[in-house]
Design a binder for this molecule. Sequence first.
Ligand code: ADE
Length: 430
Amino acid sequence: MKINTVSVFPNIIKNNLKYGIIGKSLKKNIIDIQNYSYTQFLSNNERIDDQIYGHDPGMVISYQKTYNLFKKIKENNKSSKFIFMSPKGILLNNDLVNKISKEKNLTIVCGRYEGFDQRIIDDFCDIEVSIGDYILSGGEIAASILIESVSRMIKGVVGKENSVIKDSFMNSLLKNPVYTKPEKFKGKKVPKILISGNHKKINNFNRKESLKTTLEKREDLLSYSELDSSERNELKSIKNIKFNKNIFISLIHFPVKNIKNEIIKTSLTNLDIQDIARTAKTYGINKYFITHPVKEQRILAEKVINFWDSENKRINENSKHEAIKNIIIKNSINDVIKEIKKICGKKPTIISTDAKRMKNMVNYDLIRNKFLSNNEPILIVFGTGWGLTDDIINKSDYILKPIDGYNEYNHLSVRSAVAIILDKLFGCKF
Ligand code: ADE
């Protein structure tokens, strides 16, 4: 592969790549790198940067002063893919590395200062690539990382090609733990199966370890990997052991708002009873509290619940019953909080939901990361009508960002909102 680099400090790239297997591949001409400096077509002491138009501070790489250099590289490397290293680019991952490694000719362009005059990007860039969500002083180190990772994929660079196939991120999994001699040191042993000599058993063991490592460290990757149903079930049960057992939800019928922002009571909706109960059970919610201050409405709810209960006696294995039995009917949100305190020994963290955007709302990952893998009690509150009152919202510890599509219309039924929100918070990601 031919690689051109364009940078202010070509020596950073040269030095980074002179060691180990990449250094050897350069010597063996498996990879041929030509490092261009931005200044090579400029007269002595001429700068390649200039002030940004507008009020932003800082300098950018000039279109005029680099145009001839880019044009020349393009003329001499007709099929070259131009990759601009930039924090605004696509995040580099193994798939992108693999894709880039299929090219025969690359030109990797490094920024400095506040980046490039946009016209350089418009004229010459094929892809902008970032190595992470942080800012480096220049793209030379980022380019070195790209070259190192892409080179490993090129035939002949890594001695045993099989070891690249077994690297982390191949098949979107992290590599299993590995061991070397001695079998036992300071009382710590190598897993027995790895010294059994049975290839099939070793492969199965390593696959399982790789799945578990990925679940523990990078669950997000699992959604890209191919798992069979037994692997998926095994990972789910591992995850389930750590899953927060003290997540509660509550559906509020009073106080809620109407379209005019007045405080009202809403009537119980039959569908909200069993649909939300089934959603709650699906996502591992401990109890689903329905609150209503009107006695007759609470009796009505009991009737519906009892109907499904007796249905359970009539039809064996009625899966609705399993969900319905986790419903508790209460007069008010305060009674719900008291009940959770009784169950868990402490007051729950209150998380409100609202279809309206307001200040200090939090995203779903924050709640997932904070509460999914411990047993801290949390109560997620859903309002009927036109939503929860300011009083409840202001008393809650967190307010979740609204769920919406890309349209202006946003009027989900509360049971749809519960399903979507619980999936975003606690849904299985693989
Ligand atoms: N140049 C400066 N920061 C960078 C980053 N995060 N990725 C790629 N190039 C960069």
